[in-house]
Ligand binder design. Structure first.
Ligand code: HEM
Length: 205
């Protein structure tokens, strides 16, 4: 990928992540507009606050961990922020799993969110373990997967208005986002990471 394209992609992802994260913190003091359907979650208290706090923190920290300049110039900042990111994912993931079981959006949504949570915890745990084992190439790959899942919070909020504009009801698009907010994200980063090996045979032919 060319440098200007990578910078533009990172800037857009960071901007959207920070916007969703800062807006989501409203669930902690419970101020501002909050979705009635989500407040009706069987386990909203206290798990919605725990979830919003953990997940939003992961979304806020994540983009900066991918900046090569930060890793080079301030490796200690990268290490501490990385630990905070991993703990935030764990808190967001465990509470996300509890919320998945209490959603009022039905079984299909519950299973979609319920699979996202362990996938998020697993990819982040692998990222942490490979960093501790100093297997940095694998660490980079696991953290890209982890953030692709963290970014589900952004893609979910992009698909909701798109689905409404496409003529779906809020309930229909909400159930669909429990799946499409994260599976395509994982596929995109997986293909992007494999592009070298995928396209090499073609280049050699
Ligand atoms: C990636 C793993 C995640 C899982 C498994 C997950 C799961 C869930 C579930 C099940 C709900 C309740 C939905 C309902 O009752 O219908 C919820 C709500 C919520 N989640 Fe997550 N979530 C994840 C990531 C995130 C991230 C990264 C953020 C970052 C800000 C976030 C912020 C929120 C907020 C603010 C709500 C309240 C609903 C709203 O206002 O849109 N979640 N989440």
């Amino acid at each position: 990928m060319s440098r200007p394209l990578a910078t533009a992609g990172w800037s857009l992802a960071a901007f959207l992540s920070m916007g969703v994260a800062i807006y989501s913190y409203r669930y902690l003091p419970q101020v501002g507009p909050m979705a009635d359907g989500v407040l009706a979650n069987l386990f909203a208290r206290p798990w919605l606050m725990v979830h919003a706090g953990g997940a939003a923190t992961a979304l806020l920290l994540g983009p900066f961990q991918f900046l090569p300049a930060l890793r080079r110039r301030a490796p200690r900042v990268h290490r501490y922020a990385g630990r905070a990111y991993a703990v935030a994912c764990l808190v967001g993931g465990v509470s996300g799993l509890v919320l998945a079981m209490g959603t009022t959006a039905g079984t299909i949504a519950a299973v979609g969110f319920g699979l996202l949570a362990p996938a998020w915890i697993y990819t982040t745990a692998q990222g942490w373990l490979t960093a501790r084992a100093r297997r940095f190439d694998e660490h980079r790959r696991w953290m890209i997967r982890s953030f692709a899942l963290t970014f589900a919070a952004v893609t979910l909020r992009l698909y909701l208005p798109i689905g409404i504009m496409a003529g779906l009801t809020f309930e229909q698009i909400y159930v669909a986002t429990a799946w499409i907010s994260w599976i395509p994200n994982l596929l995109v980063v997986e293909l992007w990471m494999r592009r070298g090996t995928l396209f090499r045979p073609l280049a050699a032919a």
